[in-house]
Design a binder for this molecule. Structure first.
Ligand SMILES: Nc1ncnc2c1ncn2[C@@H]1O[C@H](COP(=O)(O)OP(=O)(O)O)[C@@H](O)[C@H]1O
Ligand SMILES: [Mg+2]
Length: 372
């Protein structure tokens, strides 16, 4: 889907108004603290059931209010909505007027990916974010993956409980066998997905970072030593697992590493290049999501000017053109957006001004136009 209209009520500092989006490109420009990231956060919340910047849902509701509401209408007129009451802790979800209990129902309908100025630090900072990134793509691309993952997670929980409670050998052996089987299923699905992602990544690197694209390699680490059977690894590490109290190996420990000439990419690239690399990967994932034709990916880029010079923003603008998805971009200043609109007709994008939580449709460079 594309977001045609977003409505928010009491979400952070955003005023309770509706915003009509362009199906392709949307720019939100405003000073620090005006509400730009809050706007992206509202959309992200709808797609993920959580924020990208806090785990405390209560901090999302406007000060001195108790409930926030976020809803979107898509290009075909379908409506997704969510409200959260912080007093009762209840979240209510509605899709086309029908109530649903699980947030994942919303996620099935909307695929939102975000790149913020912090994203590349988180992504290259540790496996947790890389796992989150990959699993989001898998959720949208491989429709069996959610149930495969849920089954795996259930077994992992059981096995961890067994390790902690020192159960008899027969029970632990049973859960270890189950754990190995489910790990293999999940790891194989991921391996195939990551192979596809690598092919697509090369396409986007050739556009965004042509100087390095040829020398990038990707390593998929399945969560236990590559050439060993998981059962053997677990057997050898029985005592270590008992002292840690949880499963040290398995599909939950997977990682994806990116190398440039065999060295970790983050040690080789500048911050701006790392950001472009993550954008290339995000675009690659968006293409895989678009290809399965269930949901159309929507891409949010917060503070586009951060770390990116004019040349980088120019190549990024061609990449966005080529991506052909709905993109929502925030910026502190209008001039940062120049490369994105230079070759684009004014009716192919929308610009909004964000001020104290109010969002007003505007034109690019409104001050310059006033003085003409
Ligand atoms: N729960 C809340 N209720 C009301 N205002 C909030 C809440 N949380 C944050 N704010 C305020 O919202 C403003 C907008 O923040 P943000 O969206 O991060 O701005 P921007 O991305 O434009 O720099 C900030 O001034 C912040 O103090
Ligand atoms: Mg911000």
């Amino acid at each position: 889907m594309t977001v045609a209209r977003l409505t928010t009520q009491h979400f952070r500092n955003l005023s309770s108004t509706a915003i009509d989006f362009h199906p392709k490109l949307n720019f939100f420009v405003g000073d620090n603290g005006s509400g730009k990231s809050s706007l992206l956060e509202a959309l992200f919340y709808l797609g993920h059931g959580k924020s990208f910047r806090t785990s405390k849902t209560d901090s999302l509701v406007c000060y001195e209010k108790n409930t926030f509401v976020v809803s979107v209408k898509n290009g075909q007129g379908s409506q997704l909505g969510l409200s959260r009451d912080i007093n009762s802790g209840l979240t209510s979800i509605k899709i086309d007027g029908e109530r649903y209990a699980r947030l994942s129902e919303l996620a099935k309908n909307i695929a939102i990916q975000i790149v913020t100025p912090e994203s590349f630090k988180l992504f290259f900072g540790g496996p947790k974010e890389r796992r989150r990134f990959t699993d989001l793509g898998m959720f949208h691309v491989k429709h069996n993956f959610s149930s495969q993952w849920r089954n795996f997670a259930r077994v992992l929980k059981q096995r961890n409980a067994c390790i902690r409670s020192n159960v008899d050998d027969t029970t632990l052996t049973y859960w270890t066998e189950q754990f190995c089987q489910h790990s293999l299923v999940v790891a194989e699905e991921r391996r195939v997905y990551i192979e596809d992602l690598i092919v697509e990544l090369k396409v986007w690197l050739a556009i965004l970072l042509p100087a390095i694209s040829e020398n990038v390699t990707v390593q998929y680490l399945q969560g236990w030593p590559q050439k060993k059977a998981l059962a053997d690894v677990l057997n050898t590490n029985k005592e270590r697992e008992t002292s840690f109290g949880y499963s040290l190996y398995g599909a939950h420990k997977f990682d994806v590493k990116f190398l440039l000439k065999k060295q970790a990419i983050e040690t080789q690239l500048s911050r701006g290049q790392q950001k472009l690399f993550l954008l290339a990967l995000t675009f690659a994932q968006a293409k895989l999501i678009a290809r399965v034709n269930r949901v159309k990916p929507i891409l949010l880029i917060d503070d586009i000017g951060a770390e990116l010079d004019t040349t980088s923003r120019t190549v990024l603008s061609s990449a966005i053109d080529f991506l052909n998805c709905q993109v929502i971009i925030t910026a502190i200043e209008h001039n940062v957006l120049h490369p994105f609109v230079e070759h684009t007709c004014a009716n192919e994008y929308k610009v909004f001004h964000v001020k104290h939580g109010e969002i007003i449709p505007t034109t690019l460079y409104p001050d310059a136009m006033k003085s003409e």
